[in-house]
Design a protein around this ligand. Structure first.
Ligand code: NAD
Ligand code: UDX
Length: 497
């Protein structure tokens, strides 16, 4: 029986390994982690991450050929294939701080593999890493190998949260990069055999190591670039009276462009896009390509601009101040169908509003108060570290309350900000919400989920990203001196020069 071990039981390691176990009953899969609470949760009825369909898959395989454990060394020692799916955060200090990937966790995993191994192994990079990481990992493994043969493969993961199980069941492609040597090719074939149990052969792509590593960074950069492109257009739409949904639809009808990933928003979030682009920027700079670095930097600059623009719009519309006003925030996760808040635009928007002394009442169907308080008091980039290294008892942000339904959040509020596109926000009783709010009642829709005309008929003043402005908003132009909250926000670390 082939044995697989995956180091890192997070958003990638957990679902990916659960699907491998489901589709390959003859393979034994152990998912290991240094975080005891995470492994305890994987072994309980309350899984550590919310992902549609995940629970069914785990329930079917757990205890059969899928195991979650903190005994990292034992499972690594016994495995034929070791996936490494640990955090690769942005460095917060030292060389490359604010851009380069911090490979501390990866390096320590590699050293541990070398230390405990007693038989040949295939080591698979599942984490997103800078191009050429495999070379460094190879050096660590071979210098400590005691004669054991290690083959390194790059097998980046392309799942998106909220649709992870669907994506894993039917991936657009599986990418495997390896050395162009007989040993490398044999290792590629071994991993190909695993995926071939359910993925059609023509969707399993094989490349050299560096192409696989770089393709992952490139794919995320391209995806984020589409969002920044449509968000840049949304600003122009508001200035001209065009409607961004109509523009995106017309543009996406061109089969060369395609309709996906053209939804204007308050900005992209999530653990990957910003981190991976910063990493790409750093690699370009290190390779003497400042023009290329500058090009990709713009994707993040527009994303920051979009969040700043949203906060400024809220403040400017409400007589240039939200001080002491109750603002209801609907949605805190970085997208719908996940409880994940890593790099969610809601953090930056909330911090911007708090900077102008608003009182926030936040509701998200999947995010609890502890998480929201931790996110709002954490420094930039501190989130992407193993749980036990994150602050356990963060300081509470007093102007923030977290509630468990949208009607409580919006009661007596001056304004509502919609920051995640949860389906339930489309069907709320907005008449009831209006009746219970202060007047004039404002809605700022950062995800284009509400019916603008209906809400205007009720009496709301409504702002929706990239949609034609009503008379009120036109009369309240964004003032340049509104707030420079982004500067304040990033004062702990200058991540973009
Ligand atoms: P995560 O934080 O959810 O999980 C990583 C886990 O690794 C944590 O539970 C941590 O405790 C554990 N860990 C760290 N060092 C360890 C060690 N030495 N030994 C054992 N366990 C250790 O992160 P994630 O979202 O699963 O991402 C993992 C990697 O996959 C990152 O490189 C990320 O960029 C990449 N990725 C993420 C996604 C996504 O949607 N989240 C998608 C594609 C790729
Ligand atoms: C992304 C990539 O899609 C995935 O392939 C990769 O493996 C990990 O990074 P993820 O971050 O989980 O996945 O979600 P994604 O659906 O890409 O959304 C990222 C952010 O962009 C979210 O905040 C989402 O709301 C936003 N977004 C997405 C938009 O603002 N507009 C869009 O049209 C699409």
């Amino acid at each position: 029986m082939v044995k697989i071990c995956c180091i890192g039981a997070g958003y990638v390691g957990g679902p990916t390994m659960a699907v491998i176990a489901l589709k390959c009953p003859s393979i034994e899969v152990a998912v290991v982690d240094i975080s005891v609470p995470r492994i305890t949760a994987w072994n309980s009825d309350q899984l550590p991450i919310y992902e549609p369909g995940l629970e069914d898959v785990v329930k079917e395989c757990r205890g059969r050929n899928l195991f979650f454990s903190t005994d990292v060394e034992k499972h690594v020692r016994e495995a034929d294939i070791v996936f490494v799916s640990v955090n690769t955060p942005t460095k917060t200090r030292g060389l490359g701080a604010g851009k380069a990937a911090d490979l501390t966790y990866w390096e320590s995993a590699a050293r541990m593999i070398a230390d405990v191994s007693k038989s040949d192994k295939i080591v698979v990079e599942k984490s997103t890493v800078p191009v050429k990481t495999a070379e460094a990992i190879e050096k660590i493994l071979t210098h400590n190998s005691k004669g054991i043969n290690f083959q390194i493969l790059s097998n980046p993961e392309f799942l998106a949260e909220g649709t992870a199980i669907e994506d894993l069941f039917k991936p657009d492609r599986v990418l495997i990069g390896g050395r162009e040597t007989p040993g490398g090719q044999k290792a590629i074939q071994a991993l190909k055999d695993v995926y071939a149990q359910w993925v059609p052969e023509d969707r399993i792509l094989t490349t050299n190591l560096w192409s696989a590593e770089l393709s992952k960074l490139a794919a995320n950069a391209f995806l984020a670039q589409r969002i920044s492109s449509v968000n840049a257009m949304s600003a122009l739409c508001e200035a001209t009276g065009a409607n961004v949904s109509q523009v995106a639809y017309a543009v996406g009808k061109d089969s060369r462009i395609g309709p996906k990933f053209l939804n204007a928003s308050v900005g992209f979030g999530g653990s990957c896009f910003q981190k991976d682009i910063l990493n790409l920027v750093y690699i370009c700079e290190c390779n003497g390509l400042p023009e290329v670095a500058e090009y990709w930097k713009q994707v993040i600059k527009i994303n920051d601009y979009q969040k700043t623009r949203f906060v400024n719009r809220v403040v400017a519309s409400m007589f240039n101040t939200v001080s002491g006003k109750k603002v209801a925030v609907l949605g805190f996760a970085f997208k719908k169908d996940t409880g994940d808040t890593r790099e969610t635009p809601a953090i930056d928007v909330c911090k911007g509003l708090l900077g102008d002394k608003a009182k926030l009442s936040i509701y998200d169907p999947q995010v609890n108060e502890d998480q929201i308080q931790r996110d709002l008091s954490m420094n930039k980039f501190d989130w992407d570290h193993p749980l036990h290294l994150q602050p356990m008892s963060p300081t509470t942000v007093k102007q923030v309350s977290v509630v468990w339904d949208a009607y409580t959040a919006t009661k007596d509020a001056h304004a509502v900000c919609i920051l995640t596109e949860w389906d339930e926000f489309k069907t709320l009783d907005y008449q009831k919400i209006y009746d219970n709010m202060q007047k004039p009642a404002f809605i700022f829709d950062g995800r284009n989920v509400v019916d603008l005309e209906k809400l205007r008929e009720i009496g709301f003043i409504v702002y929706s990203i990239g949609k034609p402005l009503d008379a009120w908003l036109k009369d309240m132009p964004l003032s340049l001196n509104c707030i420079t909250w982004l500067e304040w926000l990033c004062s702990d670390i200058k991540y973009i020069s």
